[in-house]
Ligand binder design. Structure first.
Ligand code: PLP
Length: 365
């Protein structure tokens, strides 16, 4: 038997949202709606799909590993230098590259929990220790997080807006936190859902990078841009941080079609506008309806809502799946009484409410 590295004992498989195909086959259903992985309910931008089809005749060629067009487009959109941007095969890979480049065995990475599980798993993969503060117990979680920084701290992961709660930190809160963090510690702010945030004090951190060269912003094309299946993420940071990430980046990780589609998606402002409208309407509609039913719905700055169901949350998720509605149970996030629901198109949100009503009327016993 080939023995794996002992670090793997701390790791388990990532638990994704269930797929439509899986539920369709399991229950023999014709209609299945997935509101479980925070994908864009409107799909990819038509311009991105066109670019994807157009590149088909070139797929025998390797992509440019340095993705100059996409990197340049991102740099120009965010008014940073091209050497302050790197792309990855989804932002998951950006997180992995950060681990590979910066975590030394025995280093500690910090975060707030509940949050996206990949910060913890990447830390363990690179032989680091992981410590966290439970944000749900704290009035000022970042202040508590600052208190556990020590000599071993290497990276601090902050998800803003947070997956799975939808909560956010304001610009003031982040800046006050950054001031307390020594410059040799990387602060990784995961902004996978930032484009959905509407709060007036939601931070605009790109302008802070010159001031804080240890700040890294992680973004993705999987959410608002609707390209989750193509896998493109990116990071913006100081040239120094980014240059170290290029050294560990797999050479051709972001494929040709993904690069072209992402470039087109970036320019399709009308698709983004429509997505934001559908999201805002869906948040209002679902929050009102579920609150009226007596459920507690957390305020959100993302494209999902986090809802308190109670002890039978997992049972409810299974019941909904049998009816063709996939949502996310949050037990793997350490929130066993909660579910996370991605905002869908209006008819999908209506179907969700129909399924929840069925559960309330027939499913609970
Ligand atoms: C907070 C957060 N960061 C990163 C990711 C990874 O996204 P991707 O690898 O598709 O870019 C996700 C996916 O759900 C997420 O919720």
């Amino acid at each position: 038997m080939i023995e794996a590295r002992p670090e793997l004992d701390k790791l388990s498989d990532y638990v994704p949202g269930k797929s439509i195909e899986e539920i369709r086959t399991r229950y023999g259903l014709s209609k299945v709606v997935k509101l479980a992985s925070n994908e864009n309910p409107l799909g990819a931008s038509p311009k991105a799909m066109e670019a994807y089809m157009k590149i088909a005749s070139s797929v025998h060629l390797y992509p440019r590993g340095d993705a100059p067009h996409l990197v340049e487009a991102l740099a120009s959109k965010y008014r940073v230098k091209h050497n302050q941007v790197i792309i990855g095969n989804g932002s998951d890979e950006v997180i992995d590259m950060v681990g590979k480049a910066f975590i030394r065995p025995g280093d500690t990475c910090l975060s707030l929990e509940p949050t996206f599980s990949v910060y913890r798993s990447v830390t363990y993969s690179y032989s680091g220790h992981f410590a966290s503060v439970n944000a749900l117990d704290q009035k000022e979680p970042l202040k508590e997080l600052a208190k556990i920084i020590d000599d071993k701290t290497r990276i601090i992961f902050i998800c803003n807006p947070n997956n799975p709660t939808g909560a956010y930190f304001s610009e003031d809160e982040i800046v006050q936190f950054m001031v307390q963090v020594p410059r040799h510690i990387l602060v990784f702010v995961d902004e996978a859902y930032s484009e959905f945030a509407t709060a007036a004090d939601y931070p605009s951190l790109i302008k802070m990078i010159d001031l804080f060269p240890n700040l890294l912003l992680n973004r993705t094309f999987s959410k608002i841009y609707g390209l989750a299946g193509l896998r493109v993420g990116y990071a913006i940071s100081s040239a120094e941080v980014i240059s170290n990430l290029w050294k560990v980046k797999p050479p051709f990780d972001v494929n040709l079609a993904a690069q072209e589609a992402a470039l087109a998606a970036l320019q399709d402002t009308s698709h983004i506008k429509k997505t934001l409208e559908v999201t805002a309407q869906g948040i209002e509609y679902l929050t009102k309806a579920l609150s009226t039913m007596g459920y507690r719905v957390l305020p959100t700055q993302a494209n999902f809502i986090c809802v308190h169901i109670g002890a039978d949350a997992k049972k409810m998720v299974s019941f909904l799946e049998e009816k063709g509605m996939i949502i996310r149970a949050l037990s793997s996030f350490g929130m066993p009484e909660w579910v996370r629901i991605t905002i869908g198109k209006h008819e999908e949100n209506q179907f969700l409410l129909e399924c929840v009503n069925l559960w309330r009327n027939n499913g609970r016993d």
